[in-house]
Design a protein around this ligand. Structure first.
Ligand code: NDP
Ligand code: SSN
Length: 377
């Protein structure tokens, strides 16, 4: 049995690990120090803080699959314990919202959930969540409420519509919108929330289904700094790092730029896979070659093998990737920035949507390149 010395308790369920004394076994020590080295090499300038779940909560065999988190250099110091939101609301329990809310519950937070399709609340309720029948009621009963919704329209409806979250907001409360929307939408929601005296933070995430399950998301936040600070312990349960980017709109813009790049990368990768096959190469070997070179990206290694088999298990729905490209193109147009590659990629995702692939993973965009021209609508 290995022993780890944890110091600087931050809340009842999590610890910041600033010093680790590993007595045995050596393999576990090696694994931990490798993870720490990986974090150091990722960003040598940043003051490192390491965190892992309490040992007692992990099954023995996973005790040393260490969950090390390297926090952004832009993080602030932990808020006093009495300022950490005690009652947490979560609106929107889709692919991302459900595991994020589950991680809050597993960490011991008092979580209240709502989802348009009520049945998606069942798993959360069985894990200990409370349920309210409208966003308004969730917001009224919680200190901070998170929202993880599909798109700008649903984000606005849930925050500002009839029985929306804004109706339950008041001074002392906070609303954290983690959906991917455009800056204008985020500013509209912010204005509604802030008109009640509550605070607003936009905090879209980088990272997909698996990072959401593993608490390894990257938060791109902007808005009220004090809400950023008080909700930081909650963000750290769900994520591995967080960036505070200033005024509302900057988090949304950062997220859209990242996803614009990702959408183009996937479209280009799809072309490469199909071209390699057409000229007689094994696309599986192409995936391996890419993984060893300068253009290596986890996305290619994770998605490539299933794309080669024409399988697209949904982690990031294709319809959301097309939405993000559409919003990114709008952002680019607003500042007259040419983005011809993203525009071409967007057309490909539109074709894929027209062929019924909206709810498949975004890697299904490759199917749009298999469609014969005369079959296109
Ligand atoms: N999946 C991913 O990898 C990532 C997704 N994102 C972003 O996160 C957000 C959520 O994504 P994801 O969880 O994958 O999406 P899902 O499609 O799985 O979930 C969407 C959620 O929005 C709700 N919703 C949709 N329309 C409405 C509406 N009109 N009123 C109320 N609720 C509505 C859905 O409710 P219902 O269950 O009733 O349909 C569901 O809870 C999106 O903005 C996406 O771009 C960000 C990072 C990664
Ligand atoms: O918005 C989706 C992002 C997916 C990812 O970052 O892997």
């Amino acid at each position: 049995m290995a022993k780890i010395l944890m110091v600087k308790p931050s809340c009842t369920n999590h610890y910041y690990l600033t010093t680790a004394a590993i007595l045995s076994p050596p393999k576990a020590a090696l694994s931990l120090s490798k993870s720490m080295a990986a974090c150091s090499s990722f960003c040598p300038q940043r003051p490192l803080q390491f965190r892992r779940k309490p040992i007692s909560s992990l099954p023995i065999k996973t005790q040393f699959s260490v969950q090390v988190k390297a926090f952004s250099s832009q993080e602030s110091s932990a808020p006093p314990k009495d300022e950490i939101p005690a009652r947490v609301g979560f609106l929107g329990l889709g692919i991302m919202g459900s595991p994020m809310a589950q991680n809050l519950i597993k960490a011991g937070c008092d979580v209240t959930v709502w989802n348009r399709t009520k049945s998606k609340c069942d798993t959360l309720i069985s894990l200990g969540a409370k349920y309210k029948s409208s966003p308004e009621e969730v917001a009224a009963s919680c200190d901070v409420t998170f929202a993880m919704l599909a798109d700008p329209k649903s984000a606005v409806d849930v925050a500002c519509g009839k029985h929306g979250a804004a109706s339950g907001m008041s001074p002392g409360k906070g609303y954290v919108d983690v959906s991917t929307v455009d800056g204008e939408t985020s500013k509209l929601i912010s204005a509604h929330i802030k008109s009640t005296g509550a605070l607003f933070l936009e905090a879209p995430v980088s990272g997909s289904k698996k990072p959401a399950e593993d608490g390894q998301l990257i938060f791109l936040t902007a808005g009220d700094k004090s809400l950023y600070e008080t909700s930081a312990p909650l963000l750290d349960i769900m994520g591995k790092s967080r960036f505070y980017l200033g005024d509302v709109g900057n988090g949304a813009a950062m997220k859209l730029v990242v996803n614009m790049i990702m959408g183009s990368m996937m479209a280009s990768f799809s072309e490469g896979l199909l071209l390699s096959e057409k000229v007689g190469l094994d696309p599986k070997v192409l995936v391996e070659v890419i993984s060893q070179g300068a253009i290596s990206a986890p996305m290619y290694s994770v998605k490539g093998p299933s794309m080669v088999q024409s399988l697209y298990p949904t982690a990031f729905p294709l319809k959301h990737q097309q939405k993000d490209l559409r919003l990114a193109l709008g952002l680019a147009e607003s500042v007259s920035q040419p983005t011809p590659i993203a525009a071409a990629a967007n057309e490909l995702y539109k074709v894929a949507k027209a062929h019924g692939l909206s709810d498949d993973d975004f890697s299904a965009v490759i199917e749009a390149l298999k469609v014969k021209l005369q079959e296109r609508p």
